[in-house]
Design a protein around this ligand. Sequence first.
Ligand SMILES: *[C@@H]1O[C@H](CO)[C@@H](O)[C@H](O)[C@H]1NC(C)=O
Ligand SMILES: *[C@@H]1O[C@H](CO)[C@@H](O)[C@H](O)[C@H]1NC(C)=O
Ligand SMILES: *[C@@H]1O[C@H](CO)[C@@H](O)[C@H](O)[C@H]1NC(C)=O
Ligand SMILES: *[C@@H]1O[C@H](CO)[C@@H](O)[C@H](O)[C@H]1NC(C)=O
Ligand SMILES: *[C@@H]1O[C@H](CO)[C@@H](O)[C@H](O)[C@H]1NC(C)=O
Ligand SMILES: *[C@@H]1O[C@H](CO)[C@@H](O)[C@H](O)[C@H]1NC(C)=O
Ligand SMILES: *[C@@H]1O[C@H](CO)[C@@H](O)[C@H](O)[C@H]1NC(C)=O
Ligand SMILES: *[C@@H]1O[C@H](CO)[C@@H](O)[C@H](O)[C@H]1NC(C)=O
Length: 748
Amino acid sequence: MCNSRTLVVPALLLLLLVLVSAQGSGSKTPWQTLSGGAPLAIARGGFSGLFPDSSYAAYSFAIMTSLPEVVLWCDVQLTKDSKGICLPDIKLDNSTDIADVFNNRDKEYVINGVATKGWFSLDFTSSELSNVIVSQGIYSRSNKFDGNLFPILTAEDVSKQLKPAGLWLNVQHDAFFTQHKLNMRSYVLNISKHIIVNYISSPEVAFLNGIKSRFNQKTTKLVFRFLGKDETDPSTNQTYGSLLKNLTYIKTFASGILVPKIYIWPVDPKSYLQPHTSLVSDAHKEGLEVFASDFVNDFPLSFNYSYDPVAEYLNFIDNGNFSVDGVLSDFPITPSAAIVKTLVISKYGASGDYTGCTDKAYTKAIEDGVDVLDCPVQMSKDGKPFCFSSINLIDSTDVVQSDFSNLTTSVPQIKSDTGIFTFSLTWDQIQQLKPVIASPYSAYTLYRNPRNINVGKFITLSAFLDLTKSTKSLSGILISIDHAAYLAEEQGLSVTDAVLDALSKAGFDTLTAPKVLIQSSNSAVLQKFKEKNNYELVYKIDEKIRSIDEPTLKDIKSFADSVVINKASVFPDIALFLTGSTDVVKKLQSYKLHVYVETFSNEFVSQAWDFFSDATVEVNSYVTGANVDGVITEFPATAARYKINRCLGLGNNTPAYMSPVQPGSLVELITTDYLPPAEAPNPVLTEDDVSEPPLPPAAPVSPTASPNSASPNSSSAAGPAPNAQPKISVSYLLSNLAMMLLAALILF
Ligand SMILES: *[C@@H]1O[C@H](CO)[C@@H](O)[C@H](O)[C@H]1NC(C)=O
Ligand SMILES: *[C@@H]1O[C@H](CO)[C@@H](O)[C@H](O)[C@H]1NC(C)=O
Ligand SMILES: *[C@@H]1O[C@H](CO)[C@@H](O)[C@H](O)[C@H]1NC(C)=O
Ligand SMILES: *[C@@H]1O[C@H](CO)[C@@H](O)[C@H](O)[C@H]1NC(C)=O
Ligand SMILES: *[C@@H]1O[C@H](CO)[C@@H](O)[C@H](O)[C@H]1NC(C)=O
Ligand SMILES: *[C@@H]1O[C@H](CO)[C@@H](O)[C@H](O)[C@H]1NC(C)=O
Ligand SMILES: *[C@@H]1O[C@H](CO)[C@@H](O)[C@H](O)[C@H]1NC(C)=O
Ligand SMILES: *[C@@H]1O[C@H](CO)[C@@H](O)[C@H](O)[C@H]1NC(C)=O
């Protein structure tokens, strides 16, 4: 429970609480958007609810306060000299001071059959308009920012000055400009050669029909905008009400539709919500994305929402039956609060409590509220894919004490010392092994629950898929694949084929939920899954890095949707004191790559001192301080409980104990003589680290390649203890701790 101070914070700051209560009530369905991804927040004219529509302030504030993926919306109007400027209406007097600057230059035009008086962009050159400023056009909103003299921006300005994650151009009037010898078609074709335009919408069928063959809908999506059902599209003379009946036709020239929100949830004249229409599912069946417009926080909502705008968004994006693919809002912070959902991704299931990848670890993770359950796939000698934390059975089984200890071998491509590898035992033999819970911090005498040491059994990939397929609370499953090239070349085992086959047999090719995530640190593996376009491809960067260069980001974007990085690539440390933060998360997210971070554990020795030996403080610092999209944890219960913490989402009123830590602040308190020696900074990730040769086909195994070259007894003699996962981080922690002890000894 958060303290009672929170009762007085303004409604806006309480947004997340609503989200939280929605989650608390068990609504943890994955997104039911067309793509399965999170819905888009689209900022109409930027944060136009506060700043003048389409001003630099409105656009930059939208980026500052919203999801990193926020799309900036520009209503394009053409000037006399064919420049595309962003202003909300074809009449400029509504949103600028043009009536004062050029007081007698107003005109009357017939627009879609209606005589309209005012100042129109087509009567002014762009150089004339450089003397005009944008202003607040909606009387009920504050005009106090007009004095900042924000200039009119072109679409190109918005793209180049603000570098949004997405740009949406709305062409409300093509017929009118065409009538006046200005060519909107040439304009959009030309501008999209100079800047990235992600969406083009228009309420005119003929306009979209005329440009559809010129755009690759993978880069620029065309969206048909519906206006009031009785209004008429000037290019076809059909009402929007009648066009709505023929979505198959709309799909011939658009990949999505933008509709007023009452098309989806109608409201009666007394402002009560009526049952939803079937529009979203109908359109999704046609393969059309659905975007809903008219979201504002400062206009009375239907009574059913109790004046809570987040409740309204959630009704559109998380109602259990459908989700729209995006919302067009004047207050983009609000949908961001509703959409933001840090994923809790397990590491080997609840491996902090049970042996990783056993049935027990998996059912515990599900009970704990994990969002994405993981299965690292290993291959048995007889080609059975199964879930196990490592290719080396020594890590979490009693194989060393078993009859199979004579299968110890050395495979330098995998491991510098010897191991007993999964591909040396058949699945029948592996099932005879007892699980042994890992205790990665046993060097500190921190053991994991001894009662659970030999509890649970290992499961095949298909058993894992059967379990997860029927678990409604999961939003995804993560299947990770390592050593694919070695297994194919040296053991004749194709792990990628085994995974594709199991997924398809279990029906995941057609299931929309849970979503399948395929993870590998080998880009060639991800390439093999590329044509399965409903799978999310996750690239794992094993190295600790401090940055990534541009060409490498482009490369990664070409084969992955998401990236897993190490905690130290977000907040680097020396001797477990954070030294600052890197730009890695920001850079990846600027390429619309989701960023998942590993590995979170509850044992305090796994955390930097800055987190006060408190796993929740650590998770919070990565989520709210570094904005990561997911945390990969051995203790999903901790991260899942953090997500429903009532002290989150309170903005400036966030209590100090729930604010992210300031990386680097603690290390400053250390006097020079105590400072641990400086370490070389982590490297920058470059293309060489990312490119991989294509996967070799699975070769037939020659008898000589069978693993048995090492001495039978080398493992028990010199190998690691059965249940100590030899992780780099352990020795790293050890050496740092030793260093600190040494420093303490010198003092006394
Ligand atoms: C500008 O447009 C808005 C929205 O259409 C309207 O509410 C407002 O009254 C208009 N203002 C002026 C000055 O015409
Ligand atoms: C195309 O766009 C560029 C960049 O805005 C501009 O410089 C150029 O004049 C445009 N060309 C035409 C034919 O409009
Ligand atoms: C729409 O109706 C107007 C007026 O009746 C007519 O001039 C125009 O040609 C019609 N357009 C189409 C596409 O049918
Ligand atoms: C949908 O529109 C197309 C093109 O106008 C037309 O050929 C088709 O008959 C329409 N279908 C229905 C069911 O109205
Ligand atoms: C909205 O509230 C009214 C009055 O309480 C209720 O009758 C109606 O069913 C509610 N609408 C929806 C969609 O729940
Ligand atoms: C979802 O669908 C079910 C069954 O069709 C219906 O009973 C329920 O009211 C729907 N919920 C929402 C929020 O539309
Ligand atoms: C390993 O030991 C088992 C059981 O003791 C035996 O059956 C098997 O032949 C041995 N394998 C090798 C390669 O020595
Ligand atoms: C087995 O271990 C013993 C003791 O460490 C060693 O003397 C012996 O050479 C080893 N056997 C083999 C075959 O390597």
